[in-house]
Write a protein that binds this ligand. Structure first.
Ligand code: PNS
Length: 160
């Protein structure tokens, strides 16, 4: 069984993330979305909320993806991969500015556990998008519809 992980903080999941998750689900038997628990990071949504939002967004996605699981992850990503029988990490690349750090992490993960990282080009529609930018725009009343799944839009409006 070919299994890949899409890791991230997903605070909250955006349409850019969702696009990568759904596209990856067409290439692998199973995609596990690993939602990072980082105690040093202040998040708007709890890990359970972030996982629920991803599950609902995947369920509501028109392309339909029944082979996507969502799980919490703490510690090293390679340990998550080992314990879940995952051979590949899938990451979206938005721009060259993402590349340096992503390459560093990819090489470290290969060095640590022989896990491969595959980069997918982000849909240009979402190339400028990030969770932090979405939160900032939403906080000041800007319109982020079309940039995040509807369930996330609703939660952002309630919370901010
Ligand atoms: O959405 P983010 O915050 O950019 O995601 C970053 C994430 C969670 C994918 C990355 O920080 C990660 O893989 N963290 C797990 C800890 C780990 O394995 N660190 C070493 C990376 S080589």
């Amino acid at each position: 069984m070919r299994r890949a992980v899409c890791p991230g903080s997903f605070d909250p999941v955006t349409n850019g993330h969702l696009d990568i998750i759904v596209r990856a689900s067409k290439l692998f038997d199973e995609v596990v979305v690993a939602v990072g628990i980082n105690k040093n990071k202040n998040t708007l949504f709890t890990v359970d909320e972030r996982m629920d939002l991803i599950r609902q967004a995947v369920r509501d996605h028109p392309a339909g993806a029944t082979n996507v699981a969502v799980e919490p992850s703490h510690g090293l990503l390679v340990d998550f991969c080992r314990s879940h029988g995952i051979q590949s990490i899938v990451k979206g690349l938005r721009a060259v500015s993402d590349f340096d750090y992503e390459l560093q992490m990819a090489q470290m993960n290969t060095r640590l556990a022989g896990v491969e990282t595959l980069f997918m080009s982000t849909n240009p529609q979402y190339a400028f998008l990030s969770s932090s930018l979405v939160k900032e725009v939403a906080k000041y009343g800007g319109d982020v519809s079309g940039l995040v799944p509807d369930v996330v839009l609703k939660q952002l409006r309630e919370r901010l």
